[in-house]
Design a protein around this ligand. Structure first.
Ligand SMILES: [Zn+2]
Length: 216
């Protein structure tokens, strides 16, 4: 029975691919064209409902909006690797209270990655939320490989001297509260390297982290 249902489901999806031009990017269900700028079916849109969480580590507090799974993973992948900036529409939290501070500092991508993508995905996600409090004070001067599968010691070694402070922004940040923003929070190594850089160059009153997704 299940096989028969699965066959008809597959048949319907294949047939409809030829009859309708638009499918959900996540589950492939046929949808009405242009029902959203980045095509998601209504079921997958419901899965984009924010699930805010707060986590404390010895060095910082992290606010996250989503868990890095399912449709959220598809959306972020599409934004970062397929250049689909419309995917950000579903990722930018509109319904939850977002953390705030005097100054918002993005975790930078390496300039070569931004050139390759043609846009800065962190800026696409967060500048609309924070406007003129968004200061790209830190540059990534070392291209690091993905860190999620590296040991804590290796992550620390790879991130050594990865970030450089832009002194133009020092007067904007000194004695202010700071919010670091990033797309995915995994081990905290990148954030710890950012915090070290910030503490070294300006003495903030507080540092908080806001990650769109938390990788469990
Ligand atoms: Zn779907």
């Amino acid at each position: 029975m299940n096989n028969l249902a699965s066959f008809f489901n597959h048949f319907f999806i294949t047939l409809s691919r030829y009859c309708t031009p638009c499918h959900c990017h996540h589950c492939d269900t046929p949808i009405i064209p242009m029902s959203s700028r980045y095509a998601l079916c209504s079921d997958c849109q419901k899965l984009c409902t924010p699930k805010p969480s707060i986590m404390n580590t010895p060095t910082h507090t992290i606010h996250a909006t989503f868990e890095f799974t399912g449709v959220i993973q598809t959306l972020l992948h599409s934004l970062k690797f397929e250049g689909n900036t419309a995917a950000a529409d579903h990722l930018i939290p509109k319904t939850t209270t977002i953390p705030t501070a005097d100054v918002v500092i993005p975790v930078p991508s390496h300039p070569s990655r931004i050139r390759h993508r043609g846009f800065d995905h962190i800026e696409t996600l967060f500048r609309p939320l924070y406007g003129n409090r968004y200061y790209p004070c830190i540059q990534r001067i070392k291209k690091t490989p993905p860190l999620y599968n590296k040991s804590a010691e290796n992550r620390k070694r790879l991130l050594r001297n990865a970030f450089q402070w832009n002194p133009e922004y020092t007067h904007n940040c000194k004695g202010q509260s700071i919010l670091i923003v990033d797309d995915i929070y995994t081990s905290g190594s990148t954030i710890n390297a950012m915090i070290q850089c910030i503490n070294h160059h300006c003495k903030p009153t507080a540092i908080t982290v806001f990650a769109l997704c938390r990788k469990l």
